[in-house]
Design a protein around this ligand. Structure first.
Ligand code: SAM
Length: 346
């Protein structure tokens, strides 16, 4: 699919030539040296002893079309605009869960928790505050500026790791959490199997995701820019083999790895100022900001690498989608699904 194929409302958009300056650049990053006064590793267990191994490595940072990415393939950036979006989405999850951080029961006040793909780490940081006697391990393929990976908390450790590889933890967890990882893995069964293996008997896996396109695709007319944007992204993800929908959240996939007591929660939240109730309107405003902030994040790498669009074409489409959303003509909403499953005691 090419940008010129997207011509809703009878418009014929010019194709912009690639900008030489927008070529990808790879830079390196290293964690600042640890504070010698800090004794945050004093209570480290064997897993945590290997944590922060990235301090000894140079971590590549990929600058591409004025966005920063954690590696050469993951579709979402890990820069300041993306951090802002994730901060807002984190708050939306808290509202949906009535202020709770997780839908999984936690029966100990000192849980061992693993947060895969932690991003800026809002969830892991709040878990570390909620369970000061717990051990929270957060991992990611990359590090956001000024976020987790730079923050020192006594019971929270950051581990630079790619969850597509075998997980290397010696001590099992009470809760393994993945949120917003849709599109990160080509094979979710591998992730669920690794999680099962690294849970303690009775421990929980929780996987949560938001699909901003699920409801949108149903309700929008075929000639809307937003619908065309969502379809272009869907087919780009499909071509790349990294689906960004909610298809990994099927209870059968949890069952297949041995999980029991599977619980599925589904929510729809509004995007925009159209809801009448003050509560929904607040969530709608937050959803609107997250979606507007996310348009470029979702699409820039996917459409430039998969379909060969130039960045300017993607940005033009994002502008058109943004203008359409802000007209407020369509009542759009997003779908959230949270699935939890328990590892049997025996
Ligand atoms: C959309 S963000 C969600 C961040 C966080 N879980 C939240 O809910 O705010 C996805 C995160 O997953 C990380 N990620 C992507 N692929 C990964 C992989 N293969 N292994 C570990 N983390 C990955 C990204 O670097 C990014 O920080």
């Amino acid at each position: 699919m090419e940008a010129k194929d997207l011509q809703p409302l009878g418009q014929n958009e010019p194709i912009v030539e690639p900008d030489e300056n927008e070529n990808a650049q790879k830079q390196s990053w290293t964690k600042p040296p640890p504070d010698p006064e800090s004794n945050s590793e004093s209570d480290a267990d064997s897993d945590e002893a290997s944590i922060n191994s990235y301090e000894t490595h140079q971590l590549d940072i990929y600058e591409e079309n004025n966005r920063r990415y954690p590696n050469d393939s993951y579709h979402m950036p890990n820069d300041e605009p993306e951090r802002t979006r994730l901060n807002i989405v984190h708050q939306i999850y808290l509202i949906l869960l009535d202020g709770h951080l997780t839908a999984a029961p936690i029966v100990t006040n000192a849980p061992r928790v693993l947060d895969i793909g932690t991003g800026p780490g809002d969830w892991a940081i709040e878990m570390s505050h909620a369970y000061p006697h717990g051990t929270i391990i957060a991992s990611d393929i990359g590090v956001f500026d000024n976020a987790l990976g730079h923050v020192d908390l006594p019971n929270l450790s950051f581990h630079l790791d790619d969850a597509r590889d075998e997980w290397a933890y010696d001590i099992p967890f009470d809760l393994i959490h993945l949120r917003g990882l849709s599109g990160a893995f080509p094979d979710w069964s591998f992730i669920y199997q690794q999680a099962f293996d690294h849970l303690a008997p009775g421990g929980y896996l929780e996987v949560a995701d938001t699909d901003f396109a699920a409801e949108t695709m149903i309700s929008l007319p075929p000639n809307s820019y937003l619908r065309l944007f969502a379809s272009a992204l869907r087919s780009a993800d499909y071509s790349a083999g990294y689906l960004r929908d909610l298809s990994h959240l099927q209870p059968a996939l949890f069952h297949a790895q041995g999980f029991i007591d599977i619980d599925v929660r589904e929510y729809t939240f509004p995007i925009g100022l159209w809801p009448e109730s003050p509560h929904d309107r607040t969530v709608g405003k937050m959803g609107l900001i997250a979606l507007l902030e996310g348009l470029e994040s979702y699409s820039l790498r996917a459409l430039t690498t998969t379909y060969g669009w130039v960045a300017e074409e993607v940005r033009e489409l994002c502008d058109q989608v943004r203008a359409e959303i802000l007209q407020g003509v369509y009542r759009i909403s997003a779908r959230v699904k949270i699935v939890t499953g328990r590892k049997p005691l025996t």
